[in-house]
Design a binder for this molecule. Structure first.
Ligand code: CS2
Length: 398
């Protein structure tokens, strides 16, 4: 039996990696929570089993999770579990990589700085670097976050950390495949908890997709439907620029118009037509390998956004904009600039300004910088600086 140690037990991994691995069978999964003990405490009382509420398909028990370890309580146990793992995977969101806008590990980040000083380890990067510095068995480190070249970025972060911490790593038996992950998974509501009779239930759509670079250092589960490919980049870009780009635009434009959910924002005719255009413009920047799929993919995405039963909150998507915009809009703009992409970046700036004006705190690791920018003499220019987009100032600000 193989073993996965997975960092980040939010709803997404419980609807994606854990669901796929449940279907594959024959593996066990140990979860790691870096920050809060909430998911561990909730799942521990039910033997780490929970219900996945799959839209239109019904309730599916997920039983593959063996345990959840919490960084602040169980550091040593986590390192021990990692040492026996064939795969170490992660969904720690964009900010969990602690990279600066140039893609280097941010050594000034307070959690990274603390990990560099020594124990207790707090970050994914710190845990992986310490594990790799002591292991001899092969391991695959599998990023499942929405970043471009997520595996390569994680490798870079770990290498930067190891160098700064003077840890020696033998890279010969380690691989960091890049991967594209997709399944729209909103936060759990009381209605879902009641319908599933499970306080830890997770709601998700029927659709799921996973494309992984065929670069494993050892075995992997026989995940059904997963595509193993040489080059994930075209798939990553298709998903990040079209699905996630449209999502972020819907969130900022929708919240500014007073909508709360994705299905509400997409039914506003003006927002809908802008979203369609945004997806087509983003699609035009994609590599040849996937460009032919753009019209059908855009149509399928609209249908997924239209789904009222998912009740996907816009404020959930609006979070951490400073970390998401680079892959969702900025790279796209650099490669093909269009009025709709410019409008998308502006919708984020408007959102930041309005929230600040209303005194609503932004949920973003750069909230302080955003606040300072909004209150500066030239808010738009300063906001572009926060997201590393000063090179786009003349395109976006005219
Ligand atoms: C969303 C994603 O919250 C967000 O930023 O765009 O979580 C999105 O739902 C998933 O990437 C879909 O696979």
């Amino acid at each position: 039996m193989g073993r996965i140690v997975h960092f980040g037990l939010g709803n997404f991994s419980r609807a994606h990696l854990l669901d796929y691995t449940e279907d594959a069978g024959g593996w066990d999964v140990i979860g790691v929570s870096l920050r809060s003990a909430k998911v561990r405490d909730g799942l521990a009382t039910q033997d780490f089993n929970y219900i996945l509420n799959v839209q239109g398909e019904g309730l599916k028990p997920i039983t593959i999770l063996q345990n959840i370890l919490v960084a602040s309580d169980d550091m040593q146990k986590i390192l021990e579990a990692m040492a026996t793992a064939d795969i170490i995977s992660a969904t720690v969101t964009e900010k969990g990589y602690h990279l600066d806008t140039a893609g280097k590990l941010d050594l000034k980040d307070s959690n990274i700085a603390s990990d560099l000083k020594g124990y207790p380890i707090r970050t994914l990067i710190g845990f992986i670097a310490h594990d790799l510095a002591t292991r001899s068995r092969p391991v695959t480190i599998l990023s499942c976050d929405n970043r471009v070249a997520n595996g390569s970025s994680l490798r870079r972060a770990v290498a930067d950390f190891a160098k700064a911490a003077q840890l020696e790593i033998d890279w010969a038996h380690v691989s960091f495949p890049n991967a594209m992950v997709d399944r729209i998974t909103p936060a759990t509501t009381d209605t879902v908890r009641a319908n599933c009779n499970d306080p830890m239930a997770v709601p998700t759509e029927a659709f799921r997709e996973w494309v992984i670079e065929n670069n494993f250092a050892g075995p992997h589960p026989d995940w059904p439907g997963v595509q193993f490919v040489q080059d994930v980049r075209p798939h990553e870009l298709r998903k990040l620029r079209m699905l996630n780009g449209a999502h972020s635009f819907l969130a900022y434009a929708g919240l500014t118009q007073g909508y709360s959910y994705v299905h509400e924002a997409i039914s506003d005719l003006r927002i809908r037509s802008h979203t369609k255009q945004l997806m087509l413009d983003a699609g035009a920047t994609l590599p040849d390998a996937v460009r032919g799929q753009v019209p059908d993919y855009a149509k399928a995405l609209l249908a997924r956004f239209d789904n009222p039963e998912l009740a996907h909150r816009l404020d959930q998507i609006a979070m951490d904009g400073s970390q998401k915009l680079p892959y969702r809009f900025l790279d796209t703009l650099r490669e093909g600039g269009s009025p709709m992409l410019i409008r998308a970046v502006q919708s984020w700036m408007t959102f930041c300004k309005e929230q600040t004006k209303k005194g609503v705190p932004l949920y973003d690791p750069k909230a302080k910088e955003i606040n300072r920018a909004v209150n500066s003499e030239r808010p738009e220019t300063a906001l572009l600086e926060v997201i590393g987009a000063t090179d786009l100032a003349s395109v976006i600000l005219g």
